[in-house]
Design a protein around this ligand. Structure first.
Ligand SMILES: [Zn+2]
Length: 271
C-alpha cells in the first residue's frame, strides 16, 4: 500500500493535471522554431484558442478540480487565457519559462527557467506559485534543490512511489508517469523522434482504467497528465469525459483533488 493517508472517507486520489505547452513548448523542447511552419504553429495555437476554453467548460460542468502547469513565457504571450483559468478557480503551477529541459542546459539557464517564470506566473494568475512540473519530466540533479530555494513546495515530475512522498530536498512529490500521459498516446508531430502513435481513444481509456483501478487498490494517487492541444480535440475529450464520469460513479471513495489540495492536506496532516 502507498503510505500517504488521504482525507477521511477516501481510499485513493485522482488528479487532473494539464501541461500548457503551446507554441512555447513546441519551440522550447520539441521541434524548434515554428516561424516557417504555419501548419504546426496553428496546431500549437489551437491550444489557447479552442482547446483550453473547451476543457474549462467540461471541468466546470462536472465540478472537477484541476491543476494547470504553465511555462512563464506562455503567460506572457497569452495572459487572458491563463488569467481565465485562474479566475475560474483552477490552480496554476510552474512549468519552466521557455519550456527547456533542465537536464540539457547550463546551470544559469536552469536558474533562469525559474527566476523568469515565477514573477510573471504570479502576476498573471494572482496566485502564489507553490508547485512545479519540470518540462519533459527532465529535471537535472539540481532542479529540485533550485525549486526549493525559490519557495516551491511540491513537484510533480518524479515517479518513485504510487502516492505522494517527500524528496530529500523536502518537497512533496506528487508522482506522475508516462503511462498516464496523453502525449505518448496521441501526440503525433511530423518530425523525427516526435512521431507518436495515433491510438484508438477507447483502447487508451482501457489502459488508463487499469491504472486508475490499480492505483485505487493500493491507495495511491492517479495523476493524469493531459496536454490541451491534444486532449482538447473534441473526439479525445469526449471519451475522456465519459471515462472520468464512469470512474466517479463506480469509485465514490476516490478523492478528486488539485495538486494544491494534496499539498495542503499533506501539511495539515504532517505528511
Ligand atoms: Zn510541457
Amino acid at each position: 500500500m502507498a503510505s500517504f493517508q488521504w482525507p477521511d472517507g477516501y481510499h485513493s486520489a485522482a488528479l487532473l493535471t494539464f501541461d500548457i505547452d503551446g507554441v512555447v513548448g513546441f519551440e522550447g523542447s520539441a521541434v524548434g522554431s515554428l516561424a516557417n511552419r504555419p501548419s504546426v504553429r496553428s496546431l500549437a495555437e489551437y491550444e489557447p484558442a479552442i482547446a483550453i476554453p473547451r476543457i474549462l467548460r467540461w471541468l466546470e460542468e462536472e465540478q472537477l478540480p484541476a491543476t494547470f502547469f504553465v511555462p512563464g513565457r506562455m503567460a506572457e504571450l497569452y495572459p487572458e487565457t491563463i488569467r481565465a483559468i485562474a479566475e475560474q478557480g483552477y490552480e496554476i503551477g510552474h512549468h519552466g519559462h521557455f519550456h527547456v529541459k533542465p537536464d540539457r542546459v547550463s546551470d544559469d539557464e536552469e536558474r533562469a527557467e525559474i527566476e523568469l517564470a515565477l514573477p510573471v506566473l504570479e502576476r498573471v494568475s494572482g496566485q502564489k506559485m507553490i508547485g512545479s512540473r519540470v518540462p519533459g519530466w527532465a529535471p537535472s540533479a539540481k532542479t529540485l534543490s533550485l525549486l526549493a530555494e525559490h519557495g516551491i513546495l511540491y513537484d510533480s515530475s518524479l515517479m518513485g512511489d504510487d502516492g505522494p512522498y517527500r524528496t530529500p530536498e523536502g518537497l512533496l512529490e506528487i508522482p506522475c508517469t508516462w503511462w498516464m500521459d496523453d502525449w505518448e498516446q496521441w501526440g503525433y508531430l511530423p518530425f523525427a523522434g516526435w512521431e507518436y502513435p495515433m491510438n484508438d481513444p477507447r483502447q487508451v481509456m482501457s489502459l488508463w482504467t487499469a491504472h486508475f483501478e490499480g492505483s485505487h487498490d493500493v491507495g495511491g494517487a492517479f495523476v493524469l497528465t493531459l496536454h490541451p492541444w491534444i486532449s482538447g480535440r473534441p473526439g479525445f475529450l469526449r471519451v475522456i469525459a465519459e471515462t472520468v464520469k464512469a470512474w466517479r460513479r463506480l469509485y465514490p471513495d476516490v478523492w478528486w483533488a488539485s495538486c494544491r489540495d494534496v499539498y495542503n492536506h499533506a501539511v495539515s496532516t504532517k505528511q
